[in-house]
Structure formats: C-alpha cells, structure tokens
Design a protein around this ligand. Structure first.
Ligand code: MF3
Ligand code: CO
Ligand code: CO
Length: 246
C-alpha cells in the first residue's frame, strides 16, 4: 500500500501497535519450561484484547496466531507442545489485522543462559535491519536496502537467507514489492513516498540454505546452524523511514 491519506497512515500505525503489544506480551511470558503453544496463546490473547485479528491463522492453512521458530528453525515454526529451555533462541513473528490494515513484526528472544555467539547473532539481525533503514527513503531503490542488509550481515560472518524476503504490506499481509535481504545497489523498484514495507532480515550462524519440513511450514537451516529474525513494518518517507512496530 502507498499511504496517501491520514486514515491509511493511522490505520497502519494502529495495526502495528497491536503487533508490538503482542510481541511485548510474548517477551514478558517466555521462560524455560513454557511450550511454544503457551507462547502462541499469550500472543493471541494480546491481539484479541486489543481488538485485532491474528492474520496468520488460516493464511494458506497456517494453524496459529504466531510463528514460533526455535534455534535452527529460521521462520514459520508451528506452535507445539515443545518446551523452550535455557539456552534456546526463540523467534516470534506476528501479523495483525486491525480495521482492514496489517502490521507485521518479528523478534528473536534469548531464553535463560544463551551462548555469546547466539546473543551476537540476535543483535546482528537487528543491526542488519538498521543497516537497511539507512537506505529507506523515497527515490532510493529496493536493492539499496537489500544490499545494505546483505553487506552488513556477510561482513559480520552470517549467512543471509534467500528463500524468503520482506514485502510490501497494507490491506494485505503480502503485497508488492518483494524486499529481499540480498541484492544489488541501484537495482529493483523505486521506493515511493508512503510505500509500506515489512523489512525482515533472516540470518544464520552458518550457511544461508534452508529447507521446509514435511509439515509444509517449518523452515530450518540445512546445516543446523541457529538463525535469528528481526522484522518491522515501515513507511517510506521523503526523509527516511517511519518504523511502526517499535
Ligand atoms: N509474518 C510472516 C512474514 O513476515 C508471514 C507468516 S505467514 C504464516 O511475512 F502463515 F506463516 F503465518
Ligand atoms: Co512476519
Ligand atoms: Co513479513
């Protein structure tokens, strides 16, 4: 969506606020011993309490309100009776529909005592997002953002997942353009003023290759390395980004 009216801008902000509230609820709840289904229940309650709807539920048959991806699961982990334990890193990805507008964001959380290298991985995913933000400005191109994310990640020794990308967002969860986390400077579609995008680096401590499990969703690194995910919904402005899901 290209935001043109105050109504659209406020709509995107409001949906994004609900996403943030649900992420905060998950962050406060996650501890060793809880199941990923328990986390999902907390997320769904927070979304509904705020008057929103979890967009992922029923999306191409996806069963839950959140995607919860532990350790080597990069994205689209299906909540289950698996308990999280000290040392795990847990990615929570939430999309909310509120009044016809979508917000989408993800964070990776450390549970208990986590290895230094995994804590660095989590921080690097966030920093890669902000490396991309340096180029989010009307008139720049998607490839400027993509290449900045890739460069930051690879310079720091991480694999950049290619099979999944960021995306436009608005009345639908996924809209054009695709916003890859890899690419070439000065390439791709021009970022228009008011364009809403979800920017979401997915990086690994090893190789970038991933495979989807037989459930059709759970996406793991092929080499078994741990992965982190950091996503926000953003509006492109003439002077820079407005990040909505902080
Ligand atoms: N939130 C995911 C994204 O960032 C999409 C999840 S779709 C689901 O694009 F069906 F897996 F939930
Ligand atoms: Co998401
Ligand atoms: Co997304």
């Amino acid at each position: 969506m290209i935001v043109k009216t105050d109504k659209d801008r406020e709509g995107m902000r409001a949906a994004s606020k609900v996403v943030k509230a649900a992420l905060d609820a998950a962050a406060a709840f996650i501890r060793p011993g809880v199941t990923t289904l328990d986390i999902d229940a907390v997320v769904e309650e927070a979304i509904r309490k705020a008057g929103g709807t979890p967009s992922s539920k029923g999306f191409h048959g996806y069963p839950n309100a959140s995607c919860i991806s532990v350790n080597d699961v990069v994205v689209h982990g299906i909540p289950s009776l698996q308990t999280v334990k000290s040392g795990d890193i847990v990615s929570v990805d939430i999309t909310v529909l509120l009044n016809g507008y979508q917000g989408d964001a993800a964070r990776t959380f450390a549970v208990g005592d986590v290895a230094e290298a995994d804590l660095r991985l989590i921080k690097a995913a966030e920093a890669a997002f902000y490396a991309g933000m340096e180029y989010v400005k009307a008139g720049n191109r998607v490839g400027d953002v993509s290449s900045a994310i890739q460069l930051y990640s690879e310079i720091n020794g991480y694999g950049v997942v290619r099979a999944l990308t960021g995306h436009g967002i608005g009345h639908n969860m996924h809209e054009p353009p695709e916003v890859p986390n890899f690419g070439k400077k000065h390439a791709g579609p021009v970022l228009q003023n008011g364009l809403c995008i979800a920017v979401e680096p997915m990086i690994t401590r090893g190789d970038w290759r991933v495979q989807v499990a037989r459930d059709g969703w759970t996406t793991r690194t092929v080499d078994g390395s741990n992965a982190a995910h950091y996503e926000n919904t953003v509006i492109v402005g003439s002077d820079g980004p407005e990040i909505l899901t902080l």
